[in-house]
Design a binder for this molecule. Structure first.
Ligand SMILES: *[C@@H]1O[C@H](CO)[C@@H](O)[C@H](O)[C@H]1NC(C)=O
Ligand SMILES: *[C@@H]1O[C@H](CO)[C@@H](O)[C@H](O)[C@H]1NC(C)=O
Ligand SMILES: *[C@@H]1O[C@H](CO)[C@@H](O)[C@H](O)[C@H]1NC(C)=O
Ligand SMILES: *[C@@H]1O[C@H](CO)[C@@H](O)[C@H](O)[C@H]1NC(C)=O
Ligand SMILES: *[C@@H]1O[C@H](CO)[C@@H](O)[C@H](O)[C@H]1NC(C)=O
Ligand SMILES: *[C@@H]1O[C@H](CO)[C@@H](O)[C@H](O)[C@H]1NC(C)=O
Length: 663
């Protein structure tokens, strides 16, 4: 060995030792890495070592591996603690990072030259915040920081990968800023026309295709006139018929009550309003509610929902068309009349500029989520950012834990699992789990495009891009695949049939969203149903279509009619289609069961799935129809659970008996 080489090694060692005395004894491992910047971003200059940046270390929650066990304790019918829901405080304490995790990370920072006096901990104990120079951070995380520039001119600080000590990997969830660009995965995906779709959907696709993803914030999508999870518009109706003979062509509240044996009058119980979520600019018009009530529920003329306006939400009246009013009109008219005289509490989310997302809504319900991951580490391309700095945006702070949760929450909006990152979805799903522990039932519509995603798009198995839906991987919906929500699919009354014959899976205008997750494992409550499904009705597709490992979450869980709803929109009755209709219908019945339980001094039912899967006999099994998409027939509705109509449609008296029989 030449003498210079020895000197070089010695010099390198000396540098390493002065830089970090721990480095020679602590093994670092790469915590997160990204291979290249996202599209439209490019790496610019190296940051100056003396520049100061605010850093945040997100600590991992504890006890997450026990989430399912905890949920089963309060939601499984065989559990002695059924219905003994947890307080907010108990939930926060159970999942907050351990003190050991906090001190281990603090010790590392201290030993690396960040004095504890510089570190501030968030109230939720989940974040350590400190300001550090680039030089300090680069040494701490074994990385190099660069400035990145977006084509549109935005700047962002990031690195390509970073490392943390081996013994801290389980304690640290995320460090920011690092590899995250907070950019929606799939933002370059394009919508392409699909010829076999009904005209309203074709029109939607044409408008989607014109959309410039780079210039328009994507979080404006939820609830916008372009949102493909909005209900689908059918023929206008001159004479809304009220007889049960016509339920195969026009669904009214009376049709649903007859189909599901639900009584026409619910109990009105204090604090048991039904939560219905709407995303701005979707909006209802009181004149439409009154037009509907006049026809179908005269006592309710003039009645409005209770209203929670979240993040500067307004119930806009400037833009009036089916694509701005259809969703809210459908949800509110049916939910309000099905549970009358009980009231609906509407959560209207997002201002007119920035819009809102599922996370904005969850933040408003839960202050600890707001300030924790999924809150502060939200994705600005999906979640509305408040205060809204855009012209005309809501200048106030975002709603953070200030809004009361109803016992049942119905949401008729959904995105594709592939629109979002797995990590983003897992965080949000855990929040549904926590709400379930607290006794809240969360229901989401399962999507209207069968095994395809919103707008009928499927996934190119090679590139991951969305295609025109003629082939490719099935495209499951989110939050439908989160195992801690109840996903509601759609059924129809066959042409010429009555409310007394079995329904089939919806095959008119819309196809019930259903399939298998690419993100979430199979929850324990689905094991038996899934084993039976695969043993008796193995679908004729391979892994080139869906995850057929038989180890992942299947959806939907249940279903309800979603075809031919008569809805008053903009002063006109018209037919409306969608799992958007099915979801509030199912949720209304759950609300009525809660009223009976509360009257009997029991708790609300909370998370439904463990009880329903253990008692499929309380649902009408749907065994006809399918959910075609991606150039296939999709899955078929069969005896038992299936990924089209789930366990089936409600048999209200049987469901009520079951839940009243539980503690
Ligand atoms: C970081 O510096 C900014 C600007 O001086 C300050 O407002 C903030 O409180 C500091 N953060 C911490 C955690 O000390
Ligand atoms: C959809 O894409 C496939 C494959 O690229 C193509 O063969 C087909 O013609 C397209 N269909 C429509 C309706 O655009
Ligand atoms: C309903 O909820 C509100 C707000 O939490 C509470 O103040 C009120 O006491 C509750 N009413 C009943 C009857 O439980
Ligand atoms: C909604 O209404 C506003 C104000 O009238 C108008 O500027 C805007 O173009 C409308 N948006 C759509 C999508 O029609
Ligand atoms: C249903 O039946 C009616 C009357 O028999 C017919 O006009 C209509 O086209 C049928 N609709 C469908 C979707 O088959
Ligand atoms: C299917 O899901 C399982 C369990 O999450 C996973 O291990 C497997 O890699 C997935 N298969 C495919 C083809 O993605």
């Amino acid at each position: 060995m030449r003498i210079e080489a020895v000197f070089q090694i010695l010099a390198a060692l000396a540098v390493a030792v002065t830089a970090s005395p721990l480095s020679t004894i602590t093994r670092h491992v790469v915590h997160e890495r990204r291979s290249e910047p996202p599209p439209r971003w490019s790496r610019h200059t190296r940051l100056h070592p003396a520049a100061t940046i605010p850093f945040r270390i997100g600590l991992a929650q504890q006890n997450l591996h026990r989430a399912e066990e905890f949920v089963n304790e309060v939601a499984h019918p065989d559990s002695p603690d059924y219905g003994k829901h947890w307080s907010k405080e108990k939930v926060a304490d159970m999942f907050a990072p351990t003190t050991e995790a906090v001190s281990a990370v603090m010790e590392w920072l201290h030993a690396s030259g960040i004095d504890p006096s510089r570190i501030k901990m968030s109230n939720s104990r989940n974040w350590l915040n400190f300001n550090a120079t680039v030089a300090e951070a680069e040494r701490l995380l074994r990385t190099e920081y660069h400035l990145y520039k977006h084509e549109m001119g935005h700047n962002h600080i990031a690195c390509e990968s970073y490392s943390v000590p081996h013994h801290l990997t389980d304690h640290i969830d995320i460090v920011t800023p690092t590899v995250h660009f907070d950019t929606r995965i799939g933002s370059t995906r394009k919508t392409i026309h699909h010829q076999n779709l009904p005209e309203p959907i074709l029109e939607l696709n044409r408008r989607m295709a014109k959309r410039d993803f780079s210039s328009r914030p994507l979080h404006g999508t939820l609830g916008s006139e372009l949102d493909a999870s909005n209900p689908k518009h059918g023929a206008e109706i001159k004479n809304a018929l009220m007889t049960l003979e016509n339920c195969d062509t026009m669904i009214t509240p009376a049709c649903l009550q007859a189909l599901y044996n639900a009584p026409p009058n619910a109990l009105s119980i204090p604090n048991n309003t039904l939560g219905v979520v709407e995303y701005t600019p979707q909006a209802f018009l009181q004149s439409d509610l009154d037009m509907f009530f006049k026809q179908f529920s005269p006592k309710q003329v003039g009645v409005s929902p209770n209203t929670n306006l979240i993040d500067g939400a307004t119930i806009q009246t400037k833009n009036q068309s089916f694509s701005f009013n259809g969703e809210s009109a459908l949800d509110l008219q049916f939910a309000m009349s099905l549970i009358f005289p009980q009231k609906v509490t509407m959560y209207q989310v997002g201002d007119l500029v920035n819009g809102g997302s599922f996370n904005n809504f969850l933040d408003a319900l839960d202050g600890s989520y707001c300030t924790f991951q999924g809150g502060d580490s939200k994705d600005p391309n999906i979640d509305g950012q408040y205060p809204d700095t855009l012209p005309g945006g809501f200048q106030g702070p975002e709603n953070c834990g200030s809004v009361q949760t109803t016992n049942v929450i119905s949401t008729s909006y959904s995105s594709n699992e592939a629109d979002l990152t797995a990590k983003y979805e897992q965080r949000q799903c855990l929040e549904y789990m926590k709400l379930g522990l607290q006794g809240v039932s969360i229901l989401y519509s399962s999507g209207d495009f069968g095994v395809a995603g919103n707008s009928g798009q499927c996934i190119n198995p090679v590139t991951g891009a969305y295609n025109n839906g003629s082939t490719g991987l099935f495209n499951p919906s989110f939050p439908g695949t989160c195992p801690y929500i109840t996903s509601v699919g759609a059924t129809q009354i066959l042409n010429g049939s009555t409310v007394h014959s079995p329904e089939s899976a919806s095959e008119r205008v819309i196809f019930s969203g259903g399939g298998f997750s690419n993100v979430f494992p199979m929850p324990s409550y689905q094991k038996t149903a899934m084993a039976t499904y695969f043993a008796s009705h193995m679908p004729p597709y391979g892994a080139d279509r869906f995850n057929n490992s038989q180890t992942v979450r299947g959806y939907p869980d249940v279903s309800a009619n979603g075809v031919n709803y008569v809805v008053a929109v903009d002063g006109q009755f018209s037919l409306t289609f969608g799992t958007s209709a099915s979801c509030p219908t199912f949720a209304s019945l759950v609300n009525m069961i809660n009223a009976q339980r509360i009257e009997a001094r029991k708790s609300p039912v909370g998370f439904l799935n463990p009880t329903l899967y253990a008692n499929p006999q309380v649902l009408h099994d749907i065994t006809v129809g399918g959910n075609k998409g991606c150039g296939t027939k999709g899955f078929l509705s069969v005896q038992g659970w299936d990924p089209v109509t789930g366990l089936g449609t409600p048999n209200y008296p049987a469901m009520l008996d079951l839940f009243m029989g539980l503690p």
